[in-house]
Design a protein around this ligand. Structure first.
Ligand code: SF4
Length: 240
């Protein structure tokens, strides 16, 4: 059985593997005449709700400074409120974009303050369009503008209808699935969800440690949490 320490080493290796794959995919895209517009100090994609696997959030939680922990914890009541007020996933994502104020781990220069420990889903977003497109609310666009944008995308290259390069997202999804499967095989549960919410769970409730100790009540508690906050976490039990 894998120890928590080994699990974290495994996740670091997976993150490095994705970074290496992305380097190659990015080079191929550029050799084919494509452009990647991501740059330091943009942070526009960090205004979107980021989902990740629980093991990644648990590892990220161990790397946070006191200040970062505080930045996460103070945003939890708003996150809870947005989830409870939402009428569906779409309405939750819309209110998150409008009211949450971006990822609390963005620093004052709009750089990720946890760059080395950011999850696969953050690493995998490579924009094939100028940065403004990453911050745009498509629901506010005129239908003709939206159509023009969609027509400009190369569906063979991007994760259509988004403008993000498809290869890194597909690779990240496969790595996340294999990580989640292994985690579920060991702890009998698959947990994923909003990164900030999962960080809050780990900081406040030490879910990773309780699962490792085979705490009997933790699975029921997680299912109850999912019922209360359906847009913030997904919990699937796996029978041994
Ligand atoms: S963890 Fe970093 S890269 Fe991911 S959304 Fe937050 S600031 Fe952006």
């Amino acid at each position: 059985m894998m120890s928590i320490c080994d699990r974290y080493q495994q996740i670091y290796a997976i993150w490095q593997q994705l970074d290496q794959d992305i380097l190659e995919l990015r080079q191929t895209h550029q050799q084919q005449g494509g452009t990647i517009y991501c740059r330091q100090g943009c942070g526009n994609c960090c205004t979107l709700a980021v989902n990740c696997s629980y093991p990644e959030a648990a590892l990220l939680a161990t790397t946070l400074t006191d200040r970062q922990r505080h930045q996460i914890l103070v945003k939890l009541p708003l996150l809870k409120q947005l989830c409870q007020a939402a009428t569906g996933l779409k309405s939750f994502l819309q209110s998150y974009r409008d009211q949450f104020g971006g990822c609390p781990l963005l620093d004052a220069k709009a750089n990720c303050s946890s760059y080395d420990s950011r999850p696969l889903s953050c690493r995998a977003l490579l924009s094939t369009r100028p940065e403004a497109w990453c911050g745009i609310d498509f629901s506010t666009l005129h239908p003709l503008e939206k159509q023009a944008f969609l027509s400009s995308l190369d569906a063979a290259v991007v994760a259509y209808p988004s403008h993000y390069l498809a290869g890194p997202l597909e690779r990240a999804a496969a790595l996340e699935r294999s990580l989640a499967d292994e985690y579920a095989a060991q702890y009998q549960v698959h947990i994923s969800g909003n990164m900030i919410w999962l960080l809050g769970l780990e900081l406040n409730s030490q879910v990773g440690e309780r699962l490792a100790r085979k705490n009997d009540e933790i699975l029921d508690w997680l299912l109850e949490q999912q019922k209360q906050y359906p847009y913030l976490m997904q919990v699937t039990l796996r029978t041994p």
